[in-house]
Design a protein around this ligand. Structure first.
Ligand code: PEP
Ligand code: MN
Length: 346
């Protein structure tokens, strides 16, 4: 339920409405807008609230929110959300590219990738220290040593780091090192993990689950936001379909769709979406043209030797070429490419 107050409603009018809502056992949320205040009431059956507040001084309307997600929906929050990750703003007019290896493998590999993507114009560094692998016998990441290397790469390049957290018990540890916490596709409906990242004040990159509907994905985001962490970026990384020609099927239509349903920024991961490096640049350009706010791209200094996801990782030269292409596309869709802050790279 959204209670819309008149623009001229006084503070006493607002407090009076808040009191009426609380008296009925619900916790109201004040939602300041550009010219009037709205008051949100979460809960599945707040119909009685409507009768209680309609007619109170200053109340313009009380309207039910029909969507099952509330806080992440446009109905509650008509303006775009801009998520700030250590100085990089995702969701504004600037287009953000986060790039780096699938997994942190060694200092040489990570620093090589970080320096290369920074030189090409990336504004964030990606890399997994804790890797969710389908087989328990695959390389599952360097763990804490990988987090330390990510921090070292950030110190050297100035690029904020996004890395995955796999379990609720690791959330604080990963947050100690990373600028943004990634919740991967396999954990997109791990509700205790979502609540755990929701309890921190660290931005979250939430992948769409392998077979999640858009509504399920937005409800996963609602888990995070309902814990108080509003800094969520939604990331489409391809969904599972019948076709094995590509690793997954990139659902680019979610960019305009989700941006109409939700105020949260949307990122595209063309690497996991396609699984083939020759398909990545076209999908990356298309994502920017479609209105995405950011890209998450796998780049490896030597993809043939990568310990995970080599076939979908761009070489540094391919990434650099892609960044040139993105710089050409951006003005056509009224975006500018975000630029990394000044850092002494000598
Ligand atoms: C990743 O980005 O490293 C990753 C494992 O992605 P996903 O969860 O989308 O498979
Ligand atoms: Mn990967």
């Amino acid at each position: 339920m959204l209670i819309l107050m008149h623009a001229h409603a006084s503070r006493a009018d607002i407090d009076n409405v808040l009191r009426h809502v609380r008296d009925r056992g619900y916790e109201p949320i004040e939602l300041p807008g550009t010219d009037r205040i709205a008051i949100g009431v979460l809960g599945t059956h707040p119909a009685s609230i409507r009768d209680a507040v309609e007619g109170l001084p200053g109340v313009m309307d009380a309207i039910p929110v029909n969507k099952p997600y509330k806080l992440v929906g446009r109905e509650w929050h008509p303006d775009h959300t801009v998520v700030e990750v250590s100085g990089v703003r995702i969701g504004g007019s600037e287009f953000v590219v986060a790039a780096g290896p699938c997994a942190v493998e060694s200092q040489e590999q990570l620093l090589g990738a970080a320096r290369g993507v920074r030189a090409a114009g990336a504004t964030m560094l990606r890399g997994g220290a804790f890797k969710p692998r389908t087989s328990p016998y695959s390389f599952r990441g360097l763990g804490i040593a990988g987090l330390e290397l990510l921090a070292k790469a950030r110190a050297e390049t100035g690029l904020p780091v996004v890395t995955e957290v796999l379990t609720p018990g690791d959330v604080e540890l990963v947050a100690d090192w990373a600028d943004m916490l990634q919740v991967g596709t396999r954990n997109a409906q791990n509700f205790s993990l979502l609540e755990a990242v929701g309890q921190l004040r660290r931005p979250v990159l939430l992948k769409r689950g392998l077979s999640n509907t858009v509504e399920e994905w937005l409800l996963s985001a609602e888990y995070v936001v309902s814990q108080g962490n509003h800094d969520v970026v939604l990331c489409e990384r391809g969904i599972r379909s019948f076709d094995t020609a590509t690793r997954n099927t990139l659902d680019l239509s979610v960019v305009p769709l989700v941006k109409s349903l939700s105020h949260l920024p949307v990122a595209i991961d063309p690497s996991h979406a396609t699984g083939h490096r020759q398909l990545v640049p076209a999908m990356a350009r298309a994502a920017l043209a479609a209105g995405a706010d950011a890209l998450l791209i796998e780049v490896h200094p030597d993809p043939d030797e990568a310990l995970s996801d080599g076939p979908q990782s761009l070489t540094l030269d391919q990434f650099s070429e892609l960044m040139d292409e993105l710089r050409a596309v951006a003005p056509a869709v009224r975006r500018t490419m975000a630029a990394a802050g000044a850092v002494d790279l000598s």
